[in-house]
Design a protein around this ligand. Structure first.
Ligand code: HEM
Length: 394
């Protein structure tokens, strides 16, 4: 869907996505999945803290990658999958590979007669990634075919997609097995990849700013009271500062900084420039989000700028556009935002976080990896220290 041109096929996919997976009702119905996965993540961290002799660094990037993938797989495919079920590199690295390849500058695209040489070996890597994802997605589909259509109450998204392939539509609108595979791919990459990147950057900024952690924890203590083991989704609307932290993180580190390439549909003139139809349009939201004429000290991470500010990240305000805007804007923004907020709230409600190996905040590598999405180049490691008042409740 993300890469298909505007037309009947895209409209159909978008409708399937928005009505069958990402409607308000569907998102709400999967709340228990998101909560149980998040709570299992913090339980696991508590267990580690109990058993480890000394405070051990946790690979936060991997942790949040697993979390978002488990959630998305359970919501869309009915169960979670172990890392090895996709590849020995695991989901996070495989998804990152797709993001890298999706944004890489391929010389052969611009000098076609060089294409066959595949000088940068990008095509070979694409084929390998395709093979890995295809085998995984085939497995998901075969499992669903084997278990047949369940009754309406239990049918998951993949069952519904497979049922659509049996409808007798005309050729253009026909949902084929290939279409189903493409949609599953979009869920994996579009859904898990972006939320993981958003979470690892939010945690990175938080580690750099202890005063922000303190403010988040004060808010959590005030809103939740003393007897809460976990933060539930129903608590999130009251956590105004936490919401501002997530927005600020999406402003400073938009997971898809150049959006997905757009295409001009008609000839038009913008600010005196003639733009021909079919022109590829790259929207630099990274630059928009950090525009110094809009944002004071634009490069500084300062969540307070979103407190009591009517400017939101949903695509209505062109000052900050982490989810794009308009017809091709992200259909998963409510789900993505909720996942990030819930995970962050629980990670900070249950733990204080320290940088490992005696590192100072200034030592933390904040370099982004180039690609369609911009994850951290280096995985983020940090030490979770249980917060005693929450720990005592377990
Ligand atoms: C924090 C999380 C997320 C961020 C930052 C994000 C960001 C984006 C961005 C920037 C775009 C391109 C918009 C444009 O080109 O104008 C996009 C498109 C898309 N996103 Fe997301 N996304 C997130 C979560 C999700 C989730 C959870 C799903 C689904 C499970 C999803 C599915 C998609 C799809 C299918 C498209 C293509 C839409 C189209 O072409 O019509 N995203 N997303």
């Amino acid at each position: 869907m993300a890469f298909s041109s505007y037309g009947a096929y895209w409209r159909q996919l978008r409708e399937i996505f928005t009505t069958r997976l990402l409607s308000l009702r569907q998102i709400e119905s999967f709340r228990h999945v998101r909560e149980s996965e998040t709570f299992a993540m913090v339980d696991g961290l508590f267990q580690n803290c109990k058993s480890a002799a000394a405070a051990t660094p946790v690979n936060v990037s991997r942790l949040v990658g697993l979390l978002t993938n488990n959630m998305n797989c359970r919501m869309a495919f009915g169960r979670k999958f172990s890392e090895e079920e996709i590849d020995n590199r695991g989901f996070k690295d495989m998804i990152q590979e797709v993001f890298y390849l999706g944004g890489a500058f391929n010389v052969g695209d611009f000098i076609p007669w060089l294409q066959w040489m595949d000088l940068q070996r990008l095509v070979r890597r694409q084929k390998e990634a395709h093979k890995t994802f295809d085998a995984f997605i085939e497995k998901v589909i075969r499992e669903h075919e084997l278990h047949g259509d369940r009754d309406e109450f239990h049918a998951d998204f993949v069952h519904e997609l497979l049922a659509l392939t049996r409808l007798d539509d005309d050729d253009e609108m026909k949902i084929t097995r290939e279409t189903v595979k493409a949609i599953i791919f979009d869920v994996l990459v579009g859904g898990s990849g972006t939320s993981t990147v958003a979470l690892e950057w939010a945690m990175s900024e938080i580690l750099l700013n202890p005063s922000i952690v303190k403010k988040i924890q004060e808010e959590l203590d005030r809103v939740l009271g003393p007897q809460h083991k976990y933060v539930e989704e129903s608590d999130l609307p009251q956590l105004e500062y936490l919401m501002a932290v997530v927005k600020e993180s999406l402003r400073v580190h938009p997971p898809v900084p150049l959006l997905i390439p757009h295409e001009c549909m008609d000839d038009c003139t913008i600010f005196g420039y003639d733009i021909p139809s079919k022109c590829r349009v790259i929207v630099n939201i990274w630059a928009i989000n950090r525009d110094p004429t809009i944002w004071e000290k634009a490069d500084v991470f300062k969540p307070e700028r979103f407190v009591g500010n009517p400017i939101d990240v949903k695509g209505q305000n062109f000052e900050v556009l982490p989810f794009g805007s308009g017809r091709r804007g992200c259909p998963g923004q409510l789900l993505g935002f909720t996942v990030v907020e819930l995970a962050l709230a629980n990670l900070l409600h249950c733990f204080d976080w320290r940088l490992p190996y005696g590192m100072n905040p200034n030592d933390l590598d904040m370099v982004e990896q180039f690609g369609l999405s911009t994850p951290r180049t280096q995985n983020l490691f940090a030490i979770p220290i249980p917060r005693q008042k929450v720990y005592a409740l377990f």
